[in-house]
Design a binder for this molecule. Structure first.
Ligand SMILES: NC(=O)c1ccc[n+]([C@@H]2O[C@H](COP(=O)([O-])OP(=O)(O)OC[C@H]3O[C@@H](n4cnc5c(N)ncnc54)[C@H](OP(=O)(O)O)[C@@H]3O)[C@@H](O)[C@H]2O)c1
Length: 260
């Protein structure tokens, strides 16, 4: 019997998807779309246990299956423990979405080696460790799918984000190398690069940025967390069975502009 609640999505009933950073805005949107596709979802959080548990309650109330697990993913051992716990839940792990990350702004003159390293630990090494741990499980089960949440800043830099852009660019390249190495084991690895995604209060906090984005985006709106989620569900599904090493840009068309 199918657990899918949105007939427009591919049917992922019987699979398990782990979404890191599901206590945050985009992670919650990704988890909701996996749940609507019928997948059982593991909602990872670091400090936001309450947010993750509220989301799990909501998904279960809608007929889905959800569990929460906490970990600081800057700790390699914690990444491996998270994959073990996630796999133990239903005896399988089909999809990993590496979404957890931080986005502080810090211009280069103020950059410190510690700030640079912390960014790379949080946004890059965490995903590398999680992928390695998940791939061990997936390889033993005949395959799976990994999706890294990168950013358009991985290809289109923004001032104050040298550390962030470098981490996301490396993540996009990691997806390609991991696709190469893990492909023979049936594991597909792709990246999704979102543009500006709406979060509550962004119009008040950054009115000028929102206006600029809306004017520049051919589709004339900010993204929704669910737009990112739909791209992840597609990449995890059999519809993308021959797609690996790809970077899927989800940005309302902003990066289509000529830069000259
Ligand atoms: N927002 C955008 O417009 C945008 C655009 C492009 C790409 N992205 C990317 O999308 C992803 C999610 O962004 P968001 O806007 O949803 O951010 P957010 O609301 O701040 O959520 C970030 C998530 O990452 C988790 N996290 C942060 N550091 C962690 C660590 N050391 N260990 C484990 N978990 C950690 C947080 O956990 P806790 O809160 O539980 O501590 C939270 O769940 C990020 O990778 C970001 O770079 C965002």
């Amino acid at each position: 019997m199918s657990n899918r609640t949105d007939p427009n999505l591919p049917d992922l009933t019987g699979t398990v998807a782990l979404i890191t950073g599901a206590s945050g805005g985009i992670g919650a949107g990704i988890a909701s779309r996996f749940s609507a596709s019928g997948a059982a979802v593991v909602l990872h959080y670091r400090r936001g246990r309450e947010a993750a548990e509220d989301l799990a309650d909501q998904l279960r109330a809608d007929g889905g299956q959800a569990v929460t697990l906490g970990a600081d993913l800057t700790d390699d051992a914690a990444c491996h423990a998270l994959m073990r716990q996630a796999t133990d839940w239903q005896g399988r792990l089909d999809t990993l979405v590496d979404n957890a990350g931080i986005q502080p702004v810090l211009p280069l003159p103020q950059m410190t080696a510690d700030a640079w390293r912390h960014m790379l630990d949080a946004d890059l090494t965490s995903a590398v460790s999680c992928t390695q741990a998940a791939a061990r499980v997936m390889a033993g089960a005949g395959g799976g799918a990994v999706v890294h949440i990168a950013s358009i800043e991985g290809t289109h830099p923004a001032a104050g984000h040298a550390h962030y852009a470098a981490a996301k660019a490396a993540l996009i390249m990691h997806a390609r190398v991991a696709a190469l190495e893990y492909g023979p084991a049936g594991i597909r690895v792709n990246a999704v690069s979102p543009g500006l995604i709406h979060r509550p209060g962004i119009e008040q906090a950054w009115p000028e940025g929102v206006r600029r984005w809306q004017a520049a985006a051919p589709l004339r709106r900010l993204g929704r967390a669910e737009d990112v989620g739909d791209a992840c569900v597609f990449l995890a599904s059999p519809l993308a069975g021959w797609i690996t090493g790809h970077n899927l840009v989800v940005d309302g068309g902003v990066t289509t502009h000529p830069t000259w």
